[in-house]
Design a protein. Structure first.
Length: 249
């Protein structure tokens, strides 16, 4: 069979690939590792977050001149600025300000920690696309998200298709939390599947078939060795094992 795996590095490094079957390492035929790479957009390494805001007020669509940010339209003309504040009823001091959240390089996630539940907030980041193409995108831990070149609002947690040209894009995440504690989120890209070519099944099958004769011979030799060892053990326990002719008994 042919198995495929996709690894998305978030920093420059060297990967060592190995195949383990039942804790045994295989690094020769018939197991073939074929590595292909494809350029994908770089997701933000940090996010600018504003919140938390009252989820109840936003869900009830209560609008006023000084109400919290509730819609993507409210974020379109806003640039994150640490000096800018917004009113929030669920914070004791009555307002919130922009904060920067650094992404964990090991797993690509960003973390929010608040003691209150039923809140929402917004995270804004920058996507760097190095190659014009169509890609899959998925953002987990978010309710919805939007890339500024499109009017499409994507639902979090599932793969979506997006067409990007070479350049930088603003991505806005709507984060909704209905539980206490940590809230982790992240975004990732994948190339469309037909852009990556793996070794075909036929190629792997041919290699396995060529190796099959040698493998069968090795198994046969191993069986003979087992019989010899068994015979030696029986001789050591029971004495010489041979047939005495009737006329010599």
């Amino acid at each position: 069979a042919t198995y495929q795996a996709c690894y998305i590095p978030r920093e420059v490094g060297v990967l060592h690939l190995s195949i383990f079957i039942q804790n045994q390492l295989y690094n020769n035929e018939p197991y073939l590792i074929d590595v292909k790479s494809e350029t994908i957009p770089l997701v933000p390494l940090y996010w600018s977050f504003i919140g938390p805001f009252s989820l109840v007020q936003c869900e009830n669509l209560i609008k006023s001149q000084d109400l919290e940010l509730c819609n993507f339209e409210d974020l379109e003309s806003i640039t994150p600025n640490p000096a800018t504040t917004f009113p929030s009823d669920i914070i004791k001091r009555g307002y919130v300000e922009w904060k920067q959240i650094i992404v964990n390089y090991s797993n690509g996630t960003a973390k929010l920690v608040y003691s209150n539940s039923n809140y929402m907030g917004w995270a804004i980041g920058e996507i760097n696309c190095f190659k014009s193409n169509e890609y899959y995108i998925k953002c987990n831990g978010v309710d919805e998200y939007k890339i500024n070149h499109s009017n499409t609002i994507f639902t979090g947690g599932s793969w979506q298709t997006v067409q990007l040209n070479k350049g930088k894009y603003k991505i806005t995440l709507k984060i909704v939390s209905k539980q206490y504690g940590d809230n982790e989120f992240y975004c990732e890209f994948l190339p469309i599947s037909n852009q990556i070519t793996f070794s075909s099944y036929d190629q792997l099958f041919k290699k396995s078939d060529q190796h099959g004769t040698l493998s069968n011979n090795i198994q046969s030799l191993f069986s003979i060795i087992q019989l010899i060892v068994l015979y030696k053990c029986l001789v050591a326990i029971l004495g010489p094992l041979y047939i005495i002719p009737r006329n010599q008994r």
